[in-house]
Design a protein around this ligand. Structure first.
Ligand code: SF4
Length: 313
C-alpha cells in the first residue's frame, strides 16, 4: 500500500519512492497557507504542525529531521506525534560520518517497510540530472529564477508524483533573461511565495538558491551510496563547510551580491554575522515571519540593494 510520508526537511526522496511510498515535504505547502498558527516561534514549523493537526494536510506518517536541522521542527514534530500519527526521527551526523548516516538510513528503511522497487533510485537520479541542467539554464541567463526556484524547491519530494513532476520540469520555458545584477540567496528559503518574482522586477537575477541546490544531490543506488552523498548535506553540518561551498558557488556563478534570508525565531539567523565576515560580497539581510506577499518595506530594501549594486564598480 502506498502511503504519503510527510518530511520536515531533506530526507532522500529516492529511498521513500523505492520503499513504495510518496514523500510530501510539509514545508512546501506553508508559503500558500493562510492559517493563523495557535502558538509559534518559527512560522514554518508552526504552520505545518497545525495543518497536520487540523487534518488539512493528509499524511499517513511523519519523518522528522531531528538531528542536524531544527529544534523547532523537533518540538512541533513531537506535538504531531502525540496526536497519534506514526512518527520517525531522523538524525544527520554533524561530523559527516558515513557509517552513522548509513545506520540512520537503515532504520528509516525499516520504518518505511523496506525497499521494494530498486528502479526508483535510477529514475530519481535521472530527474536530479534534469534539475542540474535547469540550474545551468538560469546561471547561463536562459531561464527566469522564479521558474527555476519553483522547480528546485520541489526536489525534496518531487511534488509526491515524480512522473508529473518530470513533465513540469520538462516544460520550463527557455527565456533570455534581462537583469541589472546577479545575486545569490543564502539561508532558508523565503516564506513569501512571490519573492523571486519581486526580485526580478527590481532587476535582480537570482542565480543561486542555497538550500534548494542542496536538494539536488545525486544519491547512489543503495543505502551506502545514499549515505555517501547525503552525509555532505551542508545545512546539517559545520558552518565552515557551508561557507566553503557557498564561496565556491558565488564565484562560479559570478554573483554581484548576496541576500541572506532569515526567518523570525530561527537559529540560522545567528549565522548572519559569520557570513558577513566570510563572504566578501555586498550583503543584504532580510527577515520574514508569516507567509503572504512580499511586504512593501522589504520591496523597498530590495530596490535599494539593486540600485546600490548597479552603481558599484
Ligand atoms: S526556518 Fe529555521 S526554525 Fe524554521 S523550520 Fe527552518 S530551520 Fe527550523
Amino acid at each position: 500500500m502506498t502511503n504519503t510520508i510527510g518530511i520536515t526537511a531533506l530526507i532522500p526522496p529516492e529511498l521513500i519512492y523505492a520503499c513504495g511510498h510518496r514523500p510530501l515535504d510539509v514545508n512546501n505547502v506553508v508559503p500558500e497557507s493562510s492559517l493563523s498558527p495557535r502558538s509559534k516561534l518559527c512560522a514554518w514549523t508552526a504552520l505545518w504542525r497545525d495543518l497536520i493537526l487540523t487534518g488539512s494536510l493528509d499524511i499517513d506518517s511523519l519523518v522528522v529531521v531531528a538531528g542536524g536541522d531544527c529544534h523547532n521542527a523537533l518540538v512541533d514534530g513531537q506535538k504531531v506525534s502525540l496526536s497519534g500519527l506514526p512518527t520517525h526521527y531522523f538524525f544527520y551526523p554533524f561530523d559527516t560520518n558515513t557509517q552513522y548516516l548509513h545506520s540512520q538510513l537503515k532504520s528509516l528503511e525499516g520504518f518505511l517497510g523496506g525497499i521494494k522497487d530498486h528502479k526508483m533510485f535510477k529514475y530519481i537520479y535521472r530527474l536530479k540530472k534534469k534539475g542540474l541542467a535547469l540550474e545551468k539554464q538560469r546561471v547561463n541567463d536562459n531561464a527566469r529564477a522564479s521558474d527555476i526556484f519553483s522547480a528546485l524547491i520541489c526536489f525534496s519530494d518531487m511534488q509526491s508524483d515524480p512522473y508529473e513532476f518530470e513533465n513540469l520540469i520538462d516544460n520550463i520555458p527557455d527565456t533570455d533573461v534581462e537583469y541589472s545584477s546577479r545575486v545569490a540567496m543564502i539561508g532558508v528559503p523565503p516564506i513569501y511565495p512571490d519573492f523571486h518574482k519581486v526580485a526580478e522586477e527590481f532587476g535582480l537575477h537570482i542565480v543561486y538558491d542555497e538550500l534548494p541546490y542542496e536538494f539536488i544531490r545525486l544519491g547512489g543506488n543503495d543505502l551506502q551510496g545514499l549515505a555517501k552523498s547525503y552525509k555532505d548535506y551542508s545545512f546539517a553540518g559545520p558552518i565552515k563547510s557551508r561557507i566553503k561551498i557557498i564561496n565556491h558557488e558565488l564565484q562560479k556563478r559570478r554573483v554581484d551580491g548576496v541576500i541572506h534570508y532569515t526567518q523570525f525565531a530561527c537559529h540560522h539567523t545567528l549565522e548572519d554575522e559569520i557570513f558577513r565576515d566570510y563572504l566578501d560580497y555586498p550583503f543584504l539581510t532580510v527577515q520574514g515571519d508569516l507567509p503572504g506577499p512580499t511586504p512593501e518595506q522589504l520591496k523597498l530594501r530590495l530596490e535599494a540593494f539593486s540600485e546600490m549594486l548597479e552603481i558599484m564598480p
